[in-house]
Design a protein around this ligand. Structure first.
Ligand code: ADP
Ligand code: MG
Length: 722
């Protein structure tokens, strides 16, 4: 039985205009092991077409090609992959080495596709490379080699799986005459001493002369088939070139023959037979990415921008939340219940016109109703504590808070120095928050000065700088006065307060250390309101509370009342934390929707960018894909190589994003600290995982299409690709 037999083989190329071009016409020929066959013929005569058919790269033909008596047409995809991987070794005119792999990597890649152990694989590759005289060059990249060396690497790659047939398409076409002889020697030796069938295409009759058989093709037909009687076989020379190839593993040779002949045993053996592993694919991708590191790094930066935006956004959100909580802490005491209106109705629906900012005030009737309801509840719970709204023992007091940015200012006019120096014109300073002093506020909350009373206010430490002093004490010692301006609305009428007041204390408001926060006495603010109402000629109703403080004197009672309000009075809020949190979440929800849309869009842009880059990478590497297919890479393997590459891009982008966010976050924190005294940025460790996860997901998604396109490329066309 002939090693290789072609019977009535026809090959038509279908042209774009649906006509066909017949490249091979009725080819009948057979080859034996140990032959060194030269295929000659003019350019375009069909030599490469014939090689591609024999090599299993092109299955679109008519007629029969038998390998060891088995029809190539009957091979399934898997068998065909195996056939290319183990039965055939390809050598090309243009070497077709993979540029980003080392010499060693180029040779061992065929074994990588079979998941051969690293050490075995390398030993095997080094052995063959050594025999081909390339021992010193194994670490080099293909571009660092001469043409002859490149072709020897290609031969080593073709030999590593110990194939029975070597197909060399114009292997010396790109080499000078000296190197040509070297390569021919090697091919001859492979045929002679290893008893392999070597079929090479050549243009040169001189080259053809050294072979054992010359087959000439013209216009797709065999016109000459000449056996050289005088062919002298090389004697086995272990020093020169490959002696008997040691088997990669002991099952291999049987396995391969069985696979080709398709016996039942094959399946059991095939289970053992390895394929490209994820780890090897990862390594290959890493090599490739490293080869174009600038491009990949720039892309990673591009992708990471969306991740940076995301991380900073999240950090900003949680930073602000933390800050609001701190703020609430400054204004709470466990022995007090602080009731305010929640801006919702009793069922928890938002009230119309509630902005969450303006103070919502209580009427006296409401206060009584609330305390009665709470007292009934406390009674039902067998608690002794009762809310008392009036008289000597009253434990419910009024408070007012106005978190309305821009509703108030203070204006400080520096005292005349008398030295005739220039006086800086006073600029009003915005008050960020106006509070009436809570009942539990003590001297401990003051940095300097005394609790404020009539015609007095207390300010946060930002005031020190505003007044041009160094310390809080200086502000007090110098008897600093300011003009206070606040505007707000009570029962639909605007109250305008303008009053000369003394700064009685600088207060310790941790989060607001650098912002102007004003505390004043409730009764004093009430007087101011009455005065303003009188000035306007309207009924002097006075201030209405927006906060009700209940001094429970007991944390347990505080919790009890807070719990009741939370479940039964959705229209109220039991604590400042809750009030602030709900106000804040309302503010943030619109904000975060906008930010989510922005980061969503930027992630889509990133996805498209990765897709484009990977898509371009596939067309850049078309030839490489062809080479991989010619050495037996399955569709799955190609897909895996490109998918792992997109995975790596995802990881790289994710890491870049994380590093950049850390740096940017640090810079932003500093800037905020300098500008407003605190940094509303809190990076949580899990944001980094979110960013990394998202980056990997979008990259892998973006890689799906290019990877499947790469897998589907036609091997013959890919190899023809320039
Ligand atoms: P050789 O290797 O002998 O130079 P080829 O086998 O490459 O020739 O090509 C044989 C003929 O088939 C040529 O005329 C060539 O133009 C044609 N041919 C090769 N590939 C294709 C293809 N994909 N589509 C159409 N015609 C093709
Ligand atoms: Mg050709």
């Amino acid at each position: 039985m002939a090693e290789l037999e072609l019977k009535h083989v026809f090959k038509d190329y279908k042209m774009e205009n649906k006509s066909k071009f017949t490249a091979l016409t009725d080819i009948n020929i057979s080859f034996e092991k140990g032959e060194l066959v030269s295929i000659v013929g003019e350019s375009g005569s069909g030599k490469s077409t014939l090689m591609n058919l024999i090599g299993g790269l092109d299955s679109d033909y008519q007629g029969i090609i038998n390998i060891d008596g088995k029809d190539l047409k009957s091979f399934k995809d898997k068998q065909l992959d195996d056939y290319r991987k183990k039965k055939i070794g390809f050598v090309f005119q243009s070497f077709n080495l993979i540029p980003h792999l080392s010499v060693l990597g180029n040779v061992s890649i065929a074994l990588t596709l079979s998941n051969v152990k690293e050490s075995v694989k390398n030993a095997k590759a080094i052995e063959i490379l050594t025999k081909l005289g390339l021992k010193e060059h194994i670490k080099k990249k293909p571009t660092q080699l001469s043409g002859g060396q490149k072709q020897r690497v290609a031969i080593a790659r073709a030999l590593i799986n110990d194939p029975d047939i070597i197909l060399a398409d114009e292997p010396t076409g790109a080499l000078d005459s000296d190197t040509t002889l070297q390569i021919l020697d090697i091919l001859k030796d492979i045929a002679d001493t290893q008893n392999k069938l070597v079929i090479m295409v050549t243009h040169s009759e001189k080259v053809a002369k050294i072979s054992s058989r010359i087959v000439e093709i013209a216009d797709g037909k065999i016109v000459r088939d000449e056996l050289k009687k005088d062919y002298v076989k090389n004697k086995p020379n272990p020093n020169l070139i490959l002696s008997t190839n040691e088997k990669i593993n002991d099952t291999k040779n049987n396995d391969e023959n069985e696979q080709i002949s398709g016996t039942k045993k094959t399946k059991a053996k095939k289970a053992k037979e390895g394929h490209l592993t994820f780890l090897s694919a990862l390594k290959l991708s890493f090599h490739n990415m490293w080869a174009s590191k600038t491009k990949n790094f720039l892309m990673a930066i591009g992708v990471s921008i969306s991740l940076i935006a995301l991380i900073l956004m999240l950090s900003f959100g949680s930073g602000l939340t933390g800050y609001i909580n701190d703020l609430a802490q400054d204004y709470t005491n466990p022995n007090y219940v602080t009731i305010s209106k929640s801006g919702k109705d009793k069922d928890g629906n938002d009230l119309e016109g509630n902005t969450g900012f303006l103070p919502q005030m209580f009427e006296e009737a409401e206060v009584n109703e609330i305390s009665n309801e709470l007292n009934t509840y406390l009674e039902s719970k067998n608690e002794d504590f009762r809310i008392i709204t009036e008289g000597e023992n009253k434990n419910l007091t009024y408070g007012f808070s106005m978190p309305t940015i821009g509703a108030g200012t203070i204006l400080y006019t520096p005292p005349e120095t008398g030295d005739g120096g220039e006086v800086t014109p006073p600029t009003p300073q915005m008050i960020l928050y106006t509070y009436t002093t809570p009942p539990y506020y003590t001297e401990d909350n003051l940095i300097a000065g005394e609790m404020s009373g009539e015609n007095e206010i207390m300010l946060s430490s930002a005031a020190i700088e505003y007044f041009g002093y160094e310390t809080a004490e200086e502000v007090i010692e110098n008897d600093t006065h300011v003009t206070l301006n606040i505007n707000f609305t009570i029962d639909g009428t605007e109250i305008k307060i303008t009053k000369e007041v003394r700064v009685s204390a600088i207060i310790d408001v941790s989060v607001f250390s650098s912002m102007m926060v004003m505390y004043l006495d409730y009764d004093f603010l009430n007087d101011c309101v009455v005065e303003a109402q009188n000035n306007e000629g309207i009924l002097p109703t006075g201030l209405k509370p927006s906060l009700l403080f209940i001094n429970t004197g007991d944390e347990r009672i505080t919790d009890l009342i807070n719990g009741y309000i939370k479940t039964n009075r959705k229209d109220l809020s039991g604590s400042v934390e809750e009030q602030l949190a709900s106000m804040f979440s309302e503010m943030m929800s619109t904000f975060s929707i906008a930010l989510a849309i922005i980061s969503g869009i930027s992630l889509i842009v990133a996805l498209i960018m990765i897709l484009v880059v990977l898509y371009m990478s596939v067309s850049e590497r078309t030839k490489e894909i062809g080479v991989l297919k010619s050495i037996g890479a399955r569709k799955k393997d190609i897909k895996l190589i490109f998918s792992t590459e997109s995975l790596l891009i995802g990881v790289l982008s994710g890491l870049t994003g994380i590093v950049c966010s850390l740096i940017l976050g640090g810079i932003l924190s500093l800037v905020f600290k300098v500008l407003i005294g605190f940094a509303p940025i809190a990076m949580m460790w899990y944001y980094f995982f979110i960013a990394l996860g998202l980056s990997v997901i979008i990259s892998v998604l973006a890689g799906l299409y290019p990877a499947s396109k790469a897998a589907k490329l036609d091997p013959v066309e890919s190899l023809r690709h320039e």
